[in-house]
Design a binder for this molecule. Structure first.
Ligand SMILES: N[C@@H](CCC(=O)N[C@@H](CS)C(=O)NCC(=O)O)C(=O)O
Length: 192
């Protein structure tokens, strides 16, 4: 099982942390999506990382789908409740954290083109701010949700030094600082 991913992809970091916590060995194949490598396009025609290539050559794409695959591979896992409202709330927390990343990545692509203001930019910042406030109230809902939240918060620290997510979100601060010290987060820290 190989994960095509860049070392800086937060979506991939979520999966790499999850795999370590589940005790699943995931071989990372460093892949730069913007260069459209053949192996990535074969696994994911959308040209996005992460993509999981299974031993039979088939591929699973999109980090929530890959996360669900990894969790299902370990039936006794305790990171995500397997049913009921706790399950769906945790999956929604994942979607919120991924949505923060989606908005952050839109902002980065805009910045790369010199676009740093305007209604579309403001909309992304507002979405991030609202999602952070909701996630702040969801800390501790599930170990899986907490991983997703901490990955998203640390990505903001990594890429948006001016975005102050810490002042109004004490639960996010406590969670992120605590998880960042764990072996799985230390091992997946993005290179500077
Ligand atoms: N929804 C996807 C998002 C993946 C994504 O946007 N990955 C970025 C890198 S962090 C990418 O590959 N971007 C290249 C592109 O958009 O062409 C997931 O959760 O896996």
């Amino acid at each position: 099982m190989k994960l095509l991913a860049s070392l800086t992809s937060p979506y991939a970091r979520k999966l790499r942390v999850l795999a370590q916590e589940l005790g699943i060995e995931l071989a990372l194949v460093e892949t730069a999506p913007m260069t459209d490598p053949t192996a990535l396009l074969a696994a994911n025609p959308l040209g996005k990382v992460p993509a999981l290539v299974l031993d039979d050559g088939s591929a699973i794409i999109d980090s929530p789908v890959i996360a669900a695959y990894l969790l299902a591979a370990m039936p006794g896992q305790t990171l995500l409740p397997t049913e009921g409202s706790e399950h769906w709330q945790a999956r929604s927390t994942e979607a919120l954290a991924d949505g923060v990343l989606d908005a952050a990545i839109i902002l980065r692509f805009n910045m790369a083109q010199g676009i740093t203001s305007g209604p579309w930019v403001d909309r992304q910042y507002r979405a991030i701010e609202r999602a952070l406030a909701v996630m702040n109230g969801r800390v501790g809902g599930s170990a899986f949700g907490d991983i997703c939240i901490a990955v998203a918060c640390d990505y903001l620290t990594f890429r948006f030094t001016d975005l102050d997510w810490r002042t109004h979100n004490p639960a996010l601060v406590e969670l992120t600082d605590r998880l960042l010290a764990t072996p799985a987060f230390v091992a997946t820290q993005p290179p500077a």
